[in-house]
Write a protein that binds this ligand. Sequence first.
Ligand code: SAM
Length: 190
Amino acid sequence: MKLERVLQFAKTLIEKTVVPGDIVVDATLGNGHDTLFLANLVGDEGKVYGFDIQEQAVLNSQARLEEHHVVHRAVLFQEGHEKLQQFIPLFEHGKIKAAIFNLGYLPGSDKAIVTKPDTTILAIEQLLNMMTPEAIIVLVIYHGHPEGAIEKDQLMEYVKQLDQKEARVLLYQFLNQQNDPPFIVAIEKN
Ligand code: SAM
């Protein structure tokens, strides 16, 4: 058996949860790789709501979706994910099936623009209110840079205290690798 690598495992979790027609969230658009992955899963009847604070990230993601002829499956906002409850239309609240956060900074871009624990946690709390039972939030946590290490500590503290009646929290991490590779925390709403 070959253990699934971290980034592949994030996709597997989402693939096992999302079916055509679902409503999902890409909380950190970046270059739109995850957005495209999600758009392919939800099909023409579903919708991906995407967020990033950088204009370039929104433009890059839009271009990637256009290139693959699935741009109509997504609605992208140049807004922080901590505002997702405000920006995702009311009629979708309660219907969200999955969300992915690829934390940290956008490779090849300004490394000073990073996700922050406070806003990440606000977004998770909003999602937990807006998701269906058995929906999943996948956090890919990059802790090899200074802000990432701080974000990791605060996020771990936060997810560990989530009430087990509300959600189950999974950690997927290789423990003996150099250079602090990313790991996954997945939150399944009960
Ligand atoms: N998923 C992306 C992809 O497939 O290319 C990579 C995401 S990158 C590691 C992290 C992104 O989070 C950056 O583009 C950054 O601008 C964005 N970001 C930082 N703070 C944010 C916030 N509060 N809300 C939404 N996005 C944010």
